[in-house]
Design a protein around this ligand. Structure first.
Ligand code: DAH
Length: 336
């Protein structure tokens, strides 16, 4: 073999090996390339083995080139193996080893959040009493959240709802502070008689404590007909609590102020530690609200209510801090 010929061979081995390694995209392929070039009967190995038949001068020349190339290829293979996740050389079989006798891993199952569960239950109770479920936007306009509900700008009642405004302020967009805007939205488009509930999240820009969160669920209720009365409201709510808690719980209705009802009430239920817990704001729809949606208050009347779903969930599952619902603490969630 002439010197030039032998250099050609090394060059082509080098080119092939590096080309293949460059393209290799998994561990197996790298392993095959390793065998093909520097394995027991690899291309380069064969040349190295044939050195002994050569003259001393040839051996010196070819030997050092062959060894240098072998080193180069080995280095490259090592890098490639590291890239595909093998630690420490040739024991990749350990990583691939599977103990087929090991017991299977249990797949952990998720479950429904307690608020979602109560929401489903509450919804189906109202559905069974003839109410239709409706939804509305979480990003609301100042008009629907306040003005149309009889709470104009500068009205002191706005202080009842600390608000997250969406910048820029002049657009009058906000995160709804209650589900009540949907009374207006619905009555603008539908003629009475009507019975709806509107569940959804609401947002308040205020300090939180064990019974106040900045984000919680409400369920708005609305019923309008010719003779709908406070007595109807009381009967409905009593029936509702009976179905939800499946036991007689104590409830009281006391006067309350909300600009969109007249008269307005608050409904409390007694919790297990004998404390009254406020869970509903309600009232007879204010005549001005009916006028705002072009209904004649001398023909139609109705009641509206807004129920705090988090508090009802707390009561049902004996949870003592509302902030736990959104804490992201799995130890809490897994109890249900
Ligand atoms: N929207 C009120 C609140 O978040 C609750 C409420 C009170 C809703 C009276 C009503 C109602 O529909 O009639 O505080």
């Amino acid at each position: 073999m002439s010197e030039n010929q032998s250099l050609d061979i090394f060059q082509s081995i080098r080119k092939d090996a590096f080309g293949a390694l460059e393209e290799a995209s998994d561990f197996e392929t790298v392993h095959k390339i390793e065998a093909e070039y520097i394995g027991k009967s690899g291309r380069l190995t064969k040349i190295l083995k044939s050195l002994k038949e050569m003259s001393l001068a040839e051996r010196k020349e070819m030997g050092s080139t062959a060894n240098a190339l072998k080193k180069e290829i080995e280095e490259k293979i090592k890098l490639k193996k590291e890239e595909f996740g093998e630690r420490g050389g040739s024991n990749h079989r350990d990583a691939d080893w599977i103990d087929i006798t090991a017991p299977g891993k249990k797949i952990s199952r998720g479950h429904i959040h307690p608020i979602s569960r109560v929401l489903k239950e509450v919804t189906s109770i109202f559905e069974s009493m003839g109410f239709e479920v409706v939804e509305g936007p979480e990003v609301e306009t100042e008009h629907y959240n306040f003005d149309a509900l009889n709470i104009p700008k500068e009205h002191p009642a706005r202080d009842l709802w600390d608000t997250f405004w969406i910048k820029p302020l002049k657009n009058g967009l906000l995160l709804r502070t209650h589900t009540s805007p949907n009374q207006i939205r619905y009555m603008e488009k539908h003629q009475p008689p009507l019975r709806i509930i509107v569940p959804g999240q609401v947002f308040r820009y205020e300090a939180s404590d064990s019974s106040h969160g900045i984000q919680f669920y409400q369920l708005e209720g609305l019923m309008v007909d010719k003779t709908t009365s406070v007595a109807n409201f009381k009967a409905l709510i009593e029936q509702f609590f009976k179905k939800l808690f499946k036991e007689n719980i104590q409830m009281r209705i006391r006067p309350g102020y909300f600009p969109f009802v007249e008269p307005g009430f608050e409904v409390d239920i007694k919790d297990r530690s004998d404390k009254w817990l406020e869970v509903i704001g309600a009232g007879m729809i204010h005549p001005q609200i009916l006028k705002n949606v072009k209904l004649d208050p001398s023909q139609w009347q109705g009641f509206a209510f807004g129920m705090g779903l988090d508090r009802i969930t707390m009561m049902k599952y004996k949870i003592d801090d509302i902030r736990l619902f959104h804490s992201g603490d799995l130890r809490f969630i897994r109890q249900f």
